[in-house]
Design a protein around this ligand. Structure first.
Ligand code: DGJ
Length: 729
């Protein structure tokens, strides 16, 4: 029977194949400067992926690609661009629909496509439609040629009489054809974010997903790398790097099929989220953003970093503020006087802003620990009698900007907000409540809750236009999953909750477009590119031990520019020097969260100097090109280099983590310099009175030499660092 089916299938395919007229062929190219994704409408009017890889030089060659590859028994070999449930492709579908009449099969046929020029690239729309039921799908591909980045998402709508249920709704689908596929994932937990690990994928599925709802990336970050033909390497080899812009439950499915293709399906996690779509409504999936590099992960990261700054990150081309935060220093114990003192210290340190953290609000239930007050966003009168206005003016007098911490999507049950609005909270009506950090998550699917969350920011800014920055925290995952607002439509909740957050963030961005905000989620548990349309930077981790930070910053830098990554000098791992801690934070957006009084005069002087140096090199670190030179995963050292766009200024950060006794030191060859230029090579960030022991210090070396011979910046000392500035002569 099986054989007969197979024969019939092959015959059917052969028949349709013969029916192709070259003149009727419809080929769609999604191309960047270096990458090509090609589709072709088959003779059956379904859309197939014919190629994904380095860009093909000749358009003619596209005609030699076949929509129908040779395949094994029981498979057509055709790779449908957005596969659907219930058809002859027996693998994970991109789209799964239960139609109004209960039928679970969908076939999509090509209807037409269009290309529009947009800022920095092009937007291709491909319209598809089922021939039996009025269900339409639009595939969107936005291409940024210069940065070699593509983002894609899908819109689903229908005109059926009854609502349809969506049980699969991937953002896109990609097929890869290589002899081996190696997945790098970035998993972890609080204070151990983005631990990179690799594994070879074999037949079947590997799923990376999250069900945490709000603090969604606490266990795994929303990005991955796939090494083609071997494990991902830093400077060579082909690698696909992808990330999803969704601040909620996401899922990446990697499936190797019967003929050895790898199918990649990124999307919202459909877990507990069968979505009822009414006629006339459009379900828009999150954006999946990807780049394909044939020069290893390092180049892929540069693609994404440049794209983020140019086209995605909030104020991607703008300046960032250095800061002094008080969380690690004071915790909840502070008052107007002590904060005023810290503002003066911030000024003395040379940073731009003082950032007041958790613990400034709540009167009936003052926030003197994490068990009360969350939700009541009024300054605690006992602690801060002059409220925020007095803090803003104290900062003004000290000569620094003032920023403030909020966690507006959350509530402590011990709060006036909870007493007034118990129905605004995600909580099971008749079960024992589970609390994460003594708090609950507000139901963001509810428009009244959205108004409340918007008002938290709006009230602060209306009353205090001098507030220059927000740190927006989110410490709890969703627990006790029941939305009073969604009622019988609980399948919508996880998705509408995230959309509710975006509605609030849209309103904030519209009314206060200039206000920078840091995205924080008990560390780096929120770090996706949709959220980062509203945030200028994110807090990578509460773990600021510089040794751990080496790995965390290396991990996040795979997908984000240094500009988006906040790093602070703190008291974590006091056994390491203040210099080592500061040098580690200086490779990202620099801040301090430490009692400056606990530093010696030399250490404080060192920090002041480091801030000055960082500001002088901001053009390279924040807006230049990053070269990850030596990996902490492969050696006992780490080195990262930044070069500004004019290639006349750069900086190299070299760290010795835990070198072996007389072990071979890694070769440190620089990258990205102008070979013809001469650079003055000078060690900076030296402790006061310390002379440099760097053997190439103050030498003038050509870019060619620096890239071929390199610098001797590593040593056998543990937890040691060296920072070298490059200045073209
Ligand atoms: C978690 C954040 O990651 C910390 O930086 C700090 O803001 C605390 N929350 C405050 O509760």
């Amino acid at each position: 029977m099986k054989q007969l089916l197979c024969l019939l299938l092959t015959a059917a395919v052969a028949f349709t194949c013969n029916a192709i007229q070259p003149s009727e062929r419809k080929i769609i190219r999604i191309t960047t400067d270096n990458t090509e994704l090609a589709f072709e409408v088959g003779p059956d009017r379904r859309l197939y992926q014919t190629y994904f890889g380095p860009r093909l030089l000749s358009e003619e060659d596209l005609k030699n690609l076949s929509w129908n590859r040779p395949a094994g028994a029981g498979s057509t070999g055709a790779l449908e661009v957005y596969s659907t449930s219930g058809n002859e492709d027996y693998f994970e579908p991109a789209l799964g629909v239960t139609h109004g009449n209960g039928n679970m099969t969908t076939y999509l046929y090509y209807e037409g496509s269009s290309v529009e020029n947009i800022d920095g690239g092009t937007h291709t729309r491909i319209n598809m439609r089922d021939d039996r039921c009025p269900l339409s799908v639009t595939l969107n591909y936005v291409v940024y040629p210069k940065e070699n980045v593509i983002k894609t998402w899908t819109e689903i709508s229908h005109r059926e009489k009854k609502p349809v249920s969506l049980f699969r709704y991937a953002s896109a689908m990609l097929y890869l054809n290589a002899s081996e596929y190696w997945l790098t994932e970035f998993s972890g937990d609080w204070a151990k974010e983005v631990r990179m690990s690799q594994e070879q994928l074999r037949f079947g599925k590997k799923i990376l997903d999250t069900k945490l709802g709000s603090r969604a990336a606490m266990h795994v970050s929303p990005f991955f790398e796939i090494g083609l033909d071997g494990p991902v390497r830093e400077h060579s080899g082909e690698v696909l790097m992808g990330t999803i812009g969704w601040t909620g439950n996401f899922r990446f499915t990697f499936e190797i099929d019967n003929v050895g293709n790898l199918r990649v399906l990124p999307g919202i996690n459909p877990y507990a989220s069968t979505y009822e779509l009414k006629a006339g409504e459009t379900f828009t999936t999150p954006e999946f953003i990807f780049t394909l590099s044939s020069e290893g992960a390092s180049q892929g990261s540069r693609n994404l970093q440049a794209w983020a700054r140019n086209h995605s990150l909030k104020d991607g081309l703008g300046k960032r503020m250095t800061l002094l935060n008080n969380w690690e220093n004071t915790g909840f114990s502070f008052n107007q006087e002590s904060l005023t003192g810290l503002m003066k210290e911030a000024k003395d340190l040379g940073v731009d802003m003082f950032l007041l953290d958790d613990g400034w609000f709540g009167n009936k239930y003052p926030r003197s620990n994490d068990r009360a007050g969350l939700g009541d966003w009024e300054a605690t009168r006992d602690k801060l009698p002059g409220g925020i206005p007095a803090l803003v003016s104290a900062a003004g007098e000290a000569g620094v900007k003032f920023g403030i911490w909020i966690e507006p999507e959350m509530v402590n049950p011990k709060s006036e907000l909870y007493e007034k609005h118990p129905d605004w909270v995600i909580e099971q009506p008749d079960r024992k409540t589970y609390y994460y950090r003594n708090q609950l998550v507000l139901d963001m699917s509810n428009p009244k809750v959205q108004d409340h969350v918007f008002s938290v920011v709006d009230n602060i800014l209306r009353e205090n236009p001098g507030v220059a920055y927000f740190k927006w925290d989110c410490n709890s995952p969703i627990t006790n999953i029941y939305s009073p607002y969604c009622g019988e439509r609980q399948g919508q909740f996880y998705i509408d909750h995230v959309r509710g957050i975006y509605k609030v963030l849209d309103r904030i961005k519209e009314k206060y477009p200039e206000v920078p905000m840091m995205l924080c989620s008990g560390g780096g548990a929120r770090c996706d590119y949709e959220a980062l349309k509203y945030f200028t930077e994110f807090w990578c981790s509460d773990n600021t031990d510089p040794v751990e930070r080496a790995y965390i910053q290396w991990g996040f830098s795979q997908f984000f520019p240094a500009k988006a990554m906040a790093a602070h000098v703190t008291g974590w791992n006091r056994s390491t020097s203040v210099k080592f801690r500061t040098d580690m934070a200086s490779m990202c957006k620099l801040g301090f969260d430490i009692g400056l009084k606990e530093l010696s005069a030399d250490e404080l002087e060192y920090c002041r100097e480091a801030v000055k140096n960082w500001k002088r090199l901001e053009g390279a670190i924040m807006d230049g090109t990053q070269y990850r030179l030596v990996s902490p995963y492969e050696t006992n050292h780490m080195a990262v280099e930044y070069v500004n766009t004019a290639r006349n200024s750069g900086v190299v950060f070299a760290y010795d983590l835990s070198p072996r006794f007389q072990g071979k030191l890694p070769v440190l060859r620089l990258q990205g310099l102008d070979p013809a230029k001469k650079y003055l090579v000078r060690e900076i960030n030296l402790m006061p009175g310390r002379k440099s022991s760097f053997i190439q210090n103050e030498k003038i070396l050509s870019g060619d030499y620096l890239m071929k011979v390199g610098l001797d910046m590593f040593s056998h000392r543990h937890n040691n660092s060296m920072v070298v500035e490059l200045t073209a002569q």
